[in-house]
Design a protein around this ligand. Structure first.
Ligand code: ASP
Length: 437
């Protein structure tokens, strides 16, 4: 029987979804059921299944990984490298965005601020405020406060990943400081949970083609026929700027890092990560993609669980290159469209806030919007101006989320290599057991 690789299945599902979605109207029905609702149902089912895995997978994987590192010295070294990688790549991404937005000036049409041409639609502006309200605040002290959750069970229930990660790090670390008998029982238990969660992930991924089809068909249906063309006319240059900058980051900067620092062939790494990247693209959520990112990094790229369990959950929460880049381009675009004078100080403020807020942005769809409002207030623009970009946000979200996930995966490979791992990207996919050190 012909068995297509998972990433081909997902890719085909994606193409079919675009076709099906564009043939489906908002009110099309099949046997009396609205097709849009059918897509929404299966899409949500798939997303729920992915989210269901996250808490036990992250907790067990971090505990096992950290307990395996042993000694505070190894942990400090890996932590330092990881944070350095995150900061440097996010900054690179933002600077690329800044370069392209200054080069193409999407907010200026025929030498005039584009505000009037684009015409800030009242309804979109209202939608913008409502959307932002849903996402909660992403302020900087808030990020640090959420790192130490007053109640870990509540943190897990509310998906506060940073709190959960911090607690799991502590648990894994102190597990190695107790009596050996107890430590062994603990270790075996968490290792078992982790193995089981990986198996569940594999099983859920069998349904990825259906889930991806439903999610993408829903987005395309929602866009409506003429809307896309109309939107692209007014916001095309903005979207193009974002896409060019993202492409430069993902096809030039990150591959260079892979090649120079980790001595890994970039094409090989793209191949290894394909299922995760396509899932990130269709879900627009790096958190929901995390189980798959871990699976691909360990099984296809050969990074040890020790490294990936530290780098990836943290990365899915704090390292968002695509998001940081997008925040910068979006804020600059709105500022250009409003005819704001873009002095060095203003641009510096934008870069700095984009870097800091990208850490606090949650790995869920449209989460960047909150961070952009923070930048807009900081440079003195009304939050409603966000309405300008809302129309294209969802599509760009799919691209930036893939970039977020790709950067995390490159981080895992690079840190793994620096930690001296030998199994990275050697030959055929291997099972997680063999790649664990
Ligand atoms: N959707 C993005 C993610 O999950 C976050 C964002 O930029 O909105 O990575």
């Amino acid at each position: 029987m012909l068995k297509l690789k998972l990433h081909w299945q997902i890719l085909i599902a994606l193409v079919l979804a675009v076709i099906a979605g564009s043939l489906t109207g908002m009110d099309s029905t099949l046997l009396g059921v609205r097709l849009y609702d059918v897509y929404a149902f299966f899409g949500t089912l798939f997303l729920n299944a992915l989210k269901m895995i996250i808490v036990p997978l992250i907790v067990s994987s971090i505990i096992v990984g950290i307990a395996g590192i042993g000694g505070s010295h190894g942990l400090a070294r890996m932590g330092g490298r990881t944070i350095l990688y995150y900061m440097v790549t996010s900054l690179f991404a933002i600077l690329l965005g800044l370069f392209f937005v200054n080069l193409l000036s999407p907010g200026i049409i025929d030498g005039m601020p584009a505000q009037e041409v684009l015409g800030l639609d009242g309804e979109l502006a209202a939608q913008a405020s409502a959307k932002v309200g849903e996402k909660g605040v992403g302020d900087i002290p808030g990020v640090f406060l959420s790192m130490v959750p007053p109640n870990v069970v509540a943190a897990a229930a509310n998906g506060q990943m940073l709190g959960l990660i911090f607690f799991s790090l502590l648990f894994g670390f102190f597990m190695t400081r107790i009596t050996e008998d107890y430590a062994e029982v603990q270790f075996n238990f968490w290792e078992g949970v982790y193995e089981t969660m990986m198996r569940i992930t594999d099983w859920v991924m069998l349904f990825a083609p259906i889930g991806v089809f439903a999610l993408v068909a829903k987005v395309v249906t929602g866009l409506g026929g003429g809307q896309l063309a109309e939107m692209m006319q007014s916001l095309g240059l903005f979207a193009l700027t974002v896409l060019l900058a993202l492409a430069a980051h993902v096809f030039i900067v990150l591959p260079l890092l892979l090649k120079v620092v980790a001595r890994v062939r970039p094409t090989r790494h793209f191949q290894a990560m394909a299922p995760a990247l396509l899932t990130a693209f269709s879900t627009a959520s790096s958190s929901a993609t995390l189980p798959l990112t871990m699976d691909c990094v360990e099984k296809n790229a050969g990074v040890s669980n020790r490294t990936s369990s530290f780098v990836l959950p943290l990365g899915a929460t704090v390292n968002m290159d695509g998001t940081a880049l997008y925040e910068c381009v979006a804020a600059m675009f709105i500022a250009q469209a409003y005819g704001l004078e873009l002095s060095f100080a203003t641009q510096f403020t934008i870069v700095l806030i984009a870097l800091l807020t990208s850490i606090g942005v949650a790995g869920i769809p449209a989460a960047s919007l909150v961070a952009i409002t923070i930048i807009l207030s900081a440079i003195g623009l009304p939050v409603e101006a966000l309405g300008l970009i809302l129309a294209v946000d969802r599509i760009l979200d799919m691209f930036r989320t893939s970039v977020n996930v790709f950067s995390d995966s490159c981080g895992a490979v690079i840190i793994g290599k620096l930690e001296g791992e030998q199994d990275i990207l050697t030959g055929a996919p291997q099972d997680a057991e063999a790649s664990r050190s």
